[in-house]
Ligand binder design. Sequence first.
Ligand SMILES: Nc1nc2c(ncn2[C@@H]2O[C@H](COP(=O)(O)OP(=O)(O)OP(=O)(O)O)[C@@H](O)[C@H]2O)c(=O)[nH]1
Ligand SMILES: [Mg+2]
Length: 341
Amino acid sequence: MGFAGSGKTTVFNTLTGLAVPVGFGGEVRLGTVKVPDERIDALSKIFKPKKTTYAEIIFADIPGEHGAEKKGLSRKALVQIRDQEVVCLVLRAFPNPALETKPDPPADLESFHTECILSDLDLVERRLDRAKKDKPDAMELAAFERMKTTLEHGWPLRSLSPEALNRDYLKGYGFLTDRPLLVVLNRSEQEAAAPLPDELTRRLAELHAAGMVLSASVEAEIAAMDPADQPAFLADLGLAESARTRFIRTAYGLLDLISFFTVGEDEVRAWPIRRGTRARQAAGRIHSDLERGFIRAEVVPYHVFMEYKSEPALRDAGRLQVEGKDYVVADGDILHIRFNV
Ligand SMILES: Nc1nc2c(ncn2[C@@H]2O[C@H](COP(=O)(O)OP(=O)(O)OP(=O)(O)O)[C@@H](O)[C@H]2O)c(=O)[nH]1
Ligand SMILES: [Mg+2]
């Protein structure tokens, strides 16, 4: 997401390695990126499966609103965000000759935030108005009143902890300020490696958002090169890692994601989940039947598996952990779900 000409499509190209034409407008585009994982590479070497599946991130590039008198987010764009799990806001920090205004990232961040607040407030107020007629659940009403006060103070809904706000009442609404927010500061090439300014870092902390810096046009060119050539070009910019690698790490940190693995001759696969997910819910990521008919999980931490390198060897050594539905899955766990439906 972002205002017109902030470099969204260029950022999209940088992250996906695609070469969608930049310049104004266009349609919504999707691009998929595999999340590299050396553990999946190693497991794949051992199992030689028919299929190796990495975790994926699907990016949607949503065009900005052009020609409008004052800049803003289009209705279409706002509707689009509702479908996304995470919002990535691109802030322009480079001079764009096609635009009259000078770059002002902090101001753009505030306008974006304000639009999202107003849009959410509108939904909340409409619900509260309706509540005057229908017979509302007192707890639901309290949740919406709480949301109203929060938004009126200019605070995003994501700042409310699960204890402070029961999100069961929010299902089907798609509140914009409840989405995790990752802000990308899109800079000129000369500043590609400079850290995020303190002012922005502080504001992002208040908004419960994560941030990162990139220089989209030059990094998009690098992303389109042969992977072997990329490190040298990145080093010239003063960067140790590609924008994609930095983005994935920031997004995983923001969402507190970890991966568990499933292995076998058919497929070796990574499954991203939120930290704290229990075995039964994790099984549901694979298939709803596995969640419904969950019996137990056989668990082997990745580093333990790599000591023995085969399931029979692990079994003989008594290193297969058997866990129930409430087991909290750890990063790198290899799971085998026993189920019955
Ligand atoms: N110098 C410089 N130019 C950039 C950078 N990122 C994007 N641009 C240029 O800015 C212009 C707009 O970039 P786009 O990626 O099309 O911007 P957008 O946000 O997708 O635009 P809309 O979808 O029309 O809102 C293009 O001419 C880009 O080449 C950057 O990091 N540095
Ligand atoms: Mg675009």
